[in-house]
Design a protein around this ligand. Structure first.
Ligand code: R5P
Length: 257
């Protein structure tokens, strides 16, 4: 049990609560990673227990898998299912075409594989992630540890001709050492400030030897739910008018930790 969330956390909670309403009995569901996705896992666990839902859940990171299993969800690996009905995940940025930057928590490789195996990817967000153009959030690029300095040189060269406003690249650190992803790789963060051509940039980066995956999610997401701190959850769908629903914010106190 926990205190009622405030500020951005309240928005994340509202979005998560609204998103889990999309889950139906019998579904195979992809579980995203991050602080917003953690609200969703808790909300889903509460709903599954209250309604005795039979769900199969595929996590996108070891930490999400541990949380989901601890809260009693039926957790399996992606290779144990034929596909997923729905994945619910957070994002670091989304633009008006529902193009995303993900990977602030370094989980974007597994997240993208799970999203691509899902019929739908629904993003849950607080209002701060909505942007006119991608790129203010540094773009994560997962690379193999082998030859990563050579890969860095290739990344620098690829950015020379790219339609971006910044070109600084940093190696992601965790507790003063290079961060290692769940897949044993490293992450370079590309500080681009503005990405003029996300599709072209993704093509130019993913073809480089040593690059495993980028945090650009293009053409994968069809719905974004923005949670507001006052409990409004705004659902944006491609080609449809936004829908607003009110979420019971008091329900946060009843979620399992
Ligand atoms: O690698 C992490 C994921 O892509 C997250 O979904 C993303 O960073 C958003 O995380 P949060 O909900 O904590 O802002």
């Amino acid at each position: 049990m926990s205190d009622a969330p405030t500020g951005a956390e309240a928005g994340k909670f509202a979005a998560a609560m609204r998103a889990v309403e999309l889950v139906e009995d019998g579904m195979a569901v992809g579980l995203g990673t991050g602080s917003t996705a953690a609200w969703m896992v808790r909300a889903l666990a509460a709903r599954a227990a209250a309604e005795d839902l039979s769900l199969t859940c595929v996590p996108t990171s070891t930490r999400t898998g541990a949380l989901a299993a601890r809260l009693g969800l039926n957790v399996v690996s992606l290779d144990e299912v034929d596909g997923l009905d729905l994945t619910i995940d957070g994002a670091d940025e989304f633009d008006p075409d529902f193009r995303l930057i993900k990977g602030g928590g370094a989980a974007h490789l597994q997240e993208k594989i799970v999203a691509a195996a899902s019929r739908r990817l629904v993003v849950i967000s607080d209002p701060s992630k909505q942007v006119a153009h991608l790129g203010a959030f540094p773009l994560p690029v997962e690379v193999t540890p082998f030859g990563h300095r050579a890969t860095l040189r290739l990344l620098r060269r690829a950015l020379e001709g790219a339609d971006v406003d910044g070109r600084e690249i940093t190696l992601r650190q965790h507790e003063a050492v290079p961060l290692m992803t769940d897949e044993g790789n490293l992450v370079y963060d590309l500080h681009l400030r503005r990405i003029g051509d996300p599709e072209g940039l993704m093509r130019d980066l993913t073809c480089l030897p040593g690059v495993v995956e980028t945090g650009l999610f293009l053409g994968l997401c069809d719905t974004v739910i923005i949670g507001h701190p006052d409990g409004r959850a705004e659902t944006l769908r491609r080609g449809a008018a936004p829908e607003i629903a009110a979420v019971d914010m008091a329900a946060a106190a009843g979620l399992p930790d």
